[in-house]
Unconditional design. Structure first.
Length: 605
C-alpha cells in the first residue's frame, strides 16, 4: 500500500498539470485499499528522528484545542516545502488527521494555491479512507465547482459514496447540480438528480430541489425544461420560497402567466413569500402583456368582395388586463414585500396609460410611505398623465404636494403643467408656474417658451411674446418657424418695426451660431452670405464663432474674405448718412451767403 501511495504522490508532484485527473486516480486507488479510521491512532508516538522542516507538538492535547494550531502548522509546512512531496512533509502527522483539521487546511487555499490544496486533500483522503464529515465534502465540491473541474467533482461524489456505503450528503449533491447548471450542463445535472436515490442513497431535500429548479427555470428556460421543472416541483412535499420563486420566474418568462399566478396564490395560502426577483418578473410580465393587449386590435372589414382582417391601434386599451398585476402588487404589499423601483415605475406608467390615475395615486402613496427612490419619478408620470387628460385640480394638488415634500419637479413636469394651463387659457397660472422654474433653477426649453409665446399671441400681448422670444434666443434656443412668424406678425400689427428688425437680426445670428457649432460649414457660409445681402450685421459673438470654426478647418481665408466684405459694406452703410448731411449743409450755407449778399434773410428749418 505504501508503494502505491508513494508512486501516486510522486506522480502528482512531478506533474502538476495532471491535477484535473486527481480524484479519478484516487478512486481507482481507494477501491483497492482498506479504509482507515478518521480518529487518531491511540498508540501514536512522536518519531525519534525528525527532519529539519518538521515541528512536533511538545505535549499531546485534545483535537478541539489542537486543531487551529495544527492547521496553521500544516499550512506553513506545505507553503515552505518546495520540492518535497506532501507525504514526506506530513507523514509523521497523519495520525492526527481529522475532518475538522482537513477543513481548516482546505479553507487556507489562498495561501496554498490550487495545486497544493488538491495534493493535500488527496493525501488526507488516502489516509482517512475518504470518510470525511459532510462539511468537508461540501466544501470540496464547492471548491471544484467554482474552478469548473466538473469531472473531478463527479469523481469526488463517486469516491465518497464508495467509502461511505453509498451515502453522500444532499447539500453536496445540490452544490454539484447548481454548478453544472450554471455551466450549461443541464443533462449532467439531470442525470445526477435522477441518481440521488439509487446511486447515492440520499433523499433529496429542498436544497436539491431548489437547485434543480434553478437550472431548469432560469438557466435553460424552454417549454421542455418547464415541463420537467413542473414534474420536479410536484415531488416537493413542502415547497419553500425558492422553490415557488424559481417556478414563477420560469413560467413568467415563457408567458405561462396563469400557471405562475396559480403558484403565487398557493404561496399566499401556505404563508410563503416570493423573492423580490420573482415578484419583479411576474409583475413586469403582467404589465407587458397588458401593454401588448392594449396596443392593437383586430378589425374585420366586411364591406368588400373579399373580407379581410386588419390591425388597428387601440388608443384606449384593455383596462382589465392590468388587474392581475395590481392584485399581485397588493398581495405582496400585505406580506410586507414590494417589487423593485423599476417595476413600480412600470406599473404606474401602465396604470396611467389606461387612465387608472386613482389606482396609480394609491400605489404612489405606498411608495411615498416606504420612502423609495422612485417617488419623484412616480409623481412625474402621474402629473404628466393628469395634464394630458386636462384634470387641472388633481394635477395641481399633486404638483403642490410634490413641492411641499421638498421634491424638485423635472422639466417634463413643468412643461406638462404649463402646456395644460396655456391650452385652457389660464395664462396667469402658467406664468406663475414659469416663475417657479427660475426659483427652483430649472432651465426651460423650446417647449416651455413655445407654449407661453403662443398663449400670449392668442391674447394679442405682443410685449410679453417679444420678451419671451428674446429670452429664448438669449438662451441659445432656436424657435420654431411658426413661433417666429407669430411674434413677427404681432409686432408688425402694432407698428413695432424696430423690434421686428431686432428680432430678425438676433434670430439670424443665432441660426448662424448653431450651424457653426454643428460643424455645417457650407450652410454657415451661405447663411452669413445671405445675412450680408439682407443688410443684417453679424454680432461680435457670431463673427468670432464663424471665424474660429473656419480657422480650425483650415478655411480661414474664405471666412476672412467674407468678413472683410461685411466690414466694407457696413462702413459704407454707416458713412452714407454723414456724406449726405455734409453735402446738404454745404449747399445750405452757400445759399444763405447768396441771399445775404442780395440783402435777404431766410431761416433754414
Amino acid at each position: 500500500m505504501l508503494s502505491r501511495t508513494t508512486t501516486l504522490l510522486h506522480h502528482l508532484h512531478s506533474s502538476p498539470s495532471s491535477i484535473s485527473s486527481l480524484l479519478f486516480n484516487l478512486t481507482l486507488y481507494s477501491s483497492h485499499s482498506q479504509p482507515s479510521s478518521s480518529k487518531p491512532h491511540s498508540n501514536f508516538t512522536n518519531p525519534e528522528t525528525i527532519s529539519s522542516n518538521s515541528i512536533i507538538p511538545t505535549k499531546p492535547t485534545n483535537h478541539s484545542s489542537l486543531m487551529p494550531q495544527s492547521s496553521n502548522l500544516f499550512v506553513s509546512m506545505l507553503c515552505n516545502s518546495t520540492n518535497d512531496s506532501v507525504d514526506s512533509v506530513l507523514n509523521c502527522y497523519k495520525g492526527e488527521l481529522s475532518s475538522n483539521l482537513v477543513l481548516e487546511v482546505l479553507m487556507s487555499y489562498k495561501q496554498l494555491g490550487r495545486v497544493k490544496t488538491l495534493q493535500f486533500f488527496s493525501w488526507a483522503g488516502t489516509h482517512m479512507g475518504f470518510q470525511f464529515h459532510d462539511s468537508v465534502v461540501e466544501y470540496m465540491a464547492d471548491f471544484l465547482g467554482r474552478r469548473k473541474l466538473f469531472d473531478d467533482m463527479k469523481c469526488l461524489l463517486m469516491t465518497v459514496s464508495l467509502h461511505n456505503e453509498g451515502r453522500v450528503s444532499s447539500r453536496a449533491l445540490s452544490i454539484c447540480i447548481r454548478f453544472l447548471g450554471r455551466d450549461g450542463r443541464v443533462k449532467e445535472a439531470l442525470s445526477l438528480f435522477e441518481g440521488i436515490g439509487t446511486m447515492f442513497r440520499c433523499k433529496p431535500d429542498n436544497y436539491v430541489f431548489n437547485n434543480m429548479l434553478y437550472v431548469l427555470c432560469k438557466k435553460q428556460s424552454s417549454d421542455e425544461m418547464i415541463e420537467l421543472a413542473l414534474a420536479v416541483f410536484r415531488k416537493i412535499e413542502c415547497p419553500d420560497t425558492y422553490s415557488c420563486s424559481n417556478m414563477i420566474v420560469g413560467l413568467s418568462k415563457l408567458g405561462r402567466l396563469e400557471a405562475a399566478l396559480e403558484i403565487f396564490g398557493q404561496m399566499n395560502k401556505i404563508g410563503v413569500v416570493p423573492t423580490r426577483s420573482a415578484l419583479n418578473v411576474l409583475i413586469g410580465e403582467l404589465c407587458l402583456i397588458s401593454a401588448k393587449e392594449g396596443s392593437v386590435e383586430k378589425v374585420r372589414v366586411k364591406n368588400t368582395r373579399r373580407p379581410y382582417t386588419i390591425l388597428v391601434p387601440n388608443m384606449g386599451g384593455n383596462s382589465d388586463a392590468i388587474q392581475p398585476a395590481v392584485a399581485v402588487f397588493w398581495a405582496a404589499h400585505d406580506s410586507s414585500l414590494l417589487p423593485s423601483t423599476f417595476v413600480i415605475v412600470k406599473l404606474i406608467s401602465e396604470l396611467c396609460r389606461l387612465r387608472k390615475n386613482e389606482e396609480a395615486v394609491e400605489v404612489l402613496r405606498i411608495v411615498e410611505k416606504r420612502k423609495l427612490t422612485c417617488v419623484e419619478e412616480g409623481y412625474s408620470i402621474i402629473i404628466k398623465a393628469l395634464c394630458e387628460h386636462r384634470q387641472v385640480e388633481e394635477a395641481g394638488i399633486l404638483f403642490g404636494r410634490m413641492l411641499d415634500r421638498g421634491l424638485k419637479p423635472k422639466l417634463l413636469v413643468y412643461n406638462a403643467v404649463i402646456s395644460m394651463l396655456c391650452k385652457l387659457g389660464k395664462l396667469n397660472d402658467a406664468t406663475r408656474v414659469f416663475e417657479l422654474m427660475s426659483k427652483y433653477r430649472c432651465v426651460p426649453d423650446n417647449l416651455t417658451y413655445t407654449a407661453l409665446i403662443h398663449a400670449h399671441g392668442e391674447g394679442k400681448n405682443w410685449k410679453a411674446a417679444f420678451d419671451l422670444l428674446m429670452e429664448m434666443l438669449g438662451f441659445g434656443l432656436i424657435p420654431h418657424f411658426h413661433t417666429y412668424n407669430l411674434v413677427d406678425s404681432l409686432l408688425r400689427e402694432h407698428d413695432q418695426l424696430e423690434l421686428c428688425l431686432k428680432v430678425d437680426r438676433k434670430f439670424e445670428n443665432k441660426k448662424l451660431q448653431k450651424l457653426c457649432k454643428e460643424g455645417e460649414l457650407d450652410a454657415a457660409y451661405e447663411k452669413a452670405k445671405s445675412m450680408i445681402e439682407k443688410g443684417i450685421h453679424l454680432s461680435p459673438y457670431a463673427r468670432d464663432t464663424f471665424k474660429q470654426v473656419f480657422e480650425k478647418c483650415g478655411k480661414f481665408r474664405v471666412a476672412h474674405e467674407l468678413l472683410e466684405k461685411t466690414e466694407r459694406l457696413w462702413r459704407t452703410f454707416l458713412l452714407t448718412p454723414f456724406k449726405l448731411i455734409t453735402v446738404f449743409l454745404h449747399e445750405a450755407s452757400h445759399a444763405i451767403a447768396c441771399k445775404l449778399t442780395c440783402g435777404q434773410f431766410y431761416t433754414i428749418e
